[in-house]
Design a binder for this molecule. Structure first.
Ligand code: NI
Length: 270
């Protein structure tokens, strides 16, 4: 059974078929999906979705670096309130993005620091976005991330960057890019990273894995990424799935066993 630890299925790209996307994923063995927010409205939508699919869909609440300027005092208070709702397992996605550079770096850094504090206060892990900003992110975690655990989502760096994340106690999550040809640095990391510190995700609707590249990504395709990572590590697919699912359950405190059926009243009466 697989876990897609990062899928934005609350977004409008899934408005016409969200229910069937979740059902198809479940039928394909993806039994847990974590839905991260990128601002207050998408965080609220993630929390609502988790409430509709308890025990199957989980939410993360956070403001993405692109939207860092929207994280004013009121938005932060709303996030704090949303993050206490049932089914919320992380603060995310948060981080830095100096590639698309849609918010001033100082604004991004301030939003990240504030949300690291929120994660620490609520004892939740963080889901980190990191694009062309690795040195600043690691430095900022060193200064402001004491006691905060979490994952570098859609990890696309080399071994040096991976080691810096692992040394700070963070997990690495692999997405579609690990299936793309010529990503040799990333393939090396996927082959080498400690088995108990890796996760899998789709980052739906973005970054579909190689066999379906260019299409809308969805949680069921996490299997393709799992197959590629297992191949790179030279290990059986089933073992890779078991390990990454165990890791996701540990980091995000997900229920491992299938929900137990309520006993029927009739069976209790003689
Ligand atoms: Ni994302």
């Amino acid at each position: 059974m697989l876990v897609d630890t990062h899928a934005h299925i609350q977004m409008r790209q899934f408005d016409s078929d969200r229910e069937s996307v979740i059902a198809v994923a479940e039928a394909a063995g993806v039994w847990r999906i974590i839905v991260p927010g990128t601002d207050v409205p998408t965080s609220r939508a993630a929390v609502d979705l988790a409430a509709r699919y308890p025990g199957r869909v989980f939410a993360a609440v956070g403001t993405h670096p692109h939207d860092a300027a929207t994280l004013d005092t009121a938005a932060l208070e709303t996030q704090r309130e949303l993050a206490r709702r049932p089914g919320v397992v992380a603060i995310g996605e948060i981080g830095l993005d100096y590639y698309r550079d849609l918010a001033p770096h100082e604004t991004q850094r301030a939003a990240l620091i504030t949300q690291l504090e929120l994660a620490r206060a609520l004892n939740l892990p963080v889901i980190l976005h990191n694009r062309e900003s690795h040195a600043d992110l690691v430095g900022l975690l060193r200064e402001h991330g004491a006691g905060v655990r979490g994952v570098f989502h859609c990890f696309i760096g080399d071994q040096t960057m991976a080691r810096e994340a692992l040394d700070r106690g963070f997990w690495l999550s692999f997405a579609g890019p690990v299936t793309y040809p010529r990503n040799t640095d990333l393939a090396e990391v996927a082959a080498w990273a400690p088995l108990d510190r890796i996760l899998l995700e789709t980052d739906s609707p973005y970054l579909a894995p190689q066999p379906v590249r260019g299409r809308r990504n969805e949680p069921r395709y996490v299997e393709m990424t799992a197959r590629r990572v297992a191949e790179l590590r030279g290990m059986p697919f089933e073992d890779l799935v078991a390990a990454t699912t165990r890791n996701a359950a540990e980091l995000f405190a997900l229920p491992m066993a299938p929900r137990e059926e309520e006993p029927e009243c009739a069976s209790l009466t003689p």
